[in-house]
Design a protein around this ligand. Sequence first.
Ligand SMILES: [Fe+2]
Length: 439
Amino acid sequence: MASLDPQLPARFADLKLEIASSYGPDFESCITRAWGEIIEELDKATTKIADEGTEIIPQVSLSELDSLTPSQLDNIKKRGCVVIKDVVPDTEAAGWKTELQQFAKDNPTCPGFPPTDKQFFYIYWSKPQVEARSHPGVLKASAWLNGLYHIKGSKQLQGVDLKTPLTYADRYRIRKPGGLWEAHPPHVDGGSIERWEDETFRTCFEAILRGDWRTHDPYDLDGRIKARSSMYGRPNQASIFRTYQGWLAMRQPETGPHQGTIRFFPDVLLSNAYMILRPFFRPKATPASDDPLAAENWEYDLSSPDFPGIYALRDGKGYTGPRPNTETHPHFRLEKTMTAVPNVKPGDMVFWHCDLVHDVEREHEGIHDSAVMYIPAVPTTVQNLEYLTRQRDTFERGVTPPDFPLADPEATYIGVGRPEHIQGDLGRHAMGYSVSAAA
Ligand SMILES: [Fe+2]
């Protein structure tokens, strides 16, 4: 974290005061009570998560999405993550990996990390990626995940269509065994200090800031779709709204825990409640008891500008995080609770809610590579359509999509995807082509 600074500018202490005053004179008492309840609940929840391990991550197959019981749905929403199996036939997904390996051979100068032994590719428009994003199974999973969100009450959100998914171009990795990946410690994407600073984004967490954290609804769309998740223009920050981030497994026969896979803190409501209130509390200088995690050893404090887990980028390009760790967020007990996803086969997909804490296993102790394409679930919204138009333009020109750091153009690479590689009418629509225009 050499380039990250946990000390934030003094003006962020004013932001805390502003938030406190906007909730009225009872703010301190309400969130102090909530803080105590959240700590108590985390004690129970983290024990359960650590005990159950990988089994706690919900798994369903694509074919059963429309017939899940209410309790299965509740569990998927509570955990904030899900493995959807058999989204794409095994052979098709494994074939994409073979093609991507060939792509790297055919285009030895294509950008990736580490540069001398590329495993994370800064490639967006290869033919397999274009095919995968528009695959009917992928789009069905995406639409279903979008549908887990809702609009409260009788409100109409103009331009929102949860049934019609859109495509977001991202990259892929083919991670080799051995070596250490330090780049992905526990974190949340989709907005950093903006979660508190942007007034619209903050409304997503209003119940928590009222102290009424149990009624927080991570699936309420109101607020999300107009939230400014990127106020400072930092690179690698999605400016669209993704209901779920996700990836598609390609490795034959399967990839699982200890093989460089993704891990989650699988309780999205509780982690949101804890992270949003964390900046308003600090450990007491003189603890009342031996247990540093006990509520009695924490106190309400608005004097510091710091938001633990949020870091200033030293190049002045804004802020990153949340990146909770065992010191900033000890009640998460991250050393025991970051839970690897179970074994996945080629064509299975893993999705996680846009607020969920996740990381990538530092070590890959397996003997095969672990290969995934990043493909999130993206609903139709006015802002997302605006991005889609710009993204389509970069696709046609074979250049880096708008949200990502500029890399060499891909247009001249062997094996680059073209509009004719997009599958089906739904796929063409998801890429920003109207059906009639594509015909
Ligand atoms: Fe991430």
